[in-house]
Design a protein around this ligand. Sequence first.
Ligand code: 5GP
Length: 110
Amino acid sequence: MFARILRGEIPAEVLHEDEHCLAFLDVTPQAPTHFLVIPKREIATLSDATPQDEGLLGHLLVTAANVAKQLGVDEDGSRIVINNGAGAGQTVFHLHVHVLAGRTLAWPPG
Ligand code: 5GP
C-alpha cells in the first residue's frame, strides 16, 4: 500500500521527500499531529532490517525529528513509534515510523 503512495497512485499529504524516505500525514490520525516516515526501499518490518539498514533507520528518525520541528510540534514533545509485527499492531507491512504530537500521550501505551 505504501508502495502505491510512493508511486503517486494513492494521494497523500506529503510533508517531506528525499532520495531515501517520504513523510506524509496519517490518513487516520490518532493525535492532532500524526505523520508517518517511510523508507523508499521496502523493508516489511523492523525485524527484517539488517546491519546494512543502520544508516537508513537513523535517517528515518532524524527526518521524523526534523519534520516535527518544521511543523512546530517538537517543543511540547512527540511520541515516535514503530509497530513491529502484527502482534504489536502493525497493519501495513512496509516499515514506517509514526510521529504523534499535539496532545498528552499516556505511558505505557495501550
Ligand atoms: P501500523 O498499524 O501498520 O503501525 O500503521 C499503519 C498506519 O498507516 C495507520 O496509522 C493507518 O492509519 C495508516 N494508513 C493506512 N493506509 C493509509 C493510506 O492509504 N494513506 C495514509 N496516509 N495513511 C494510511
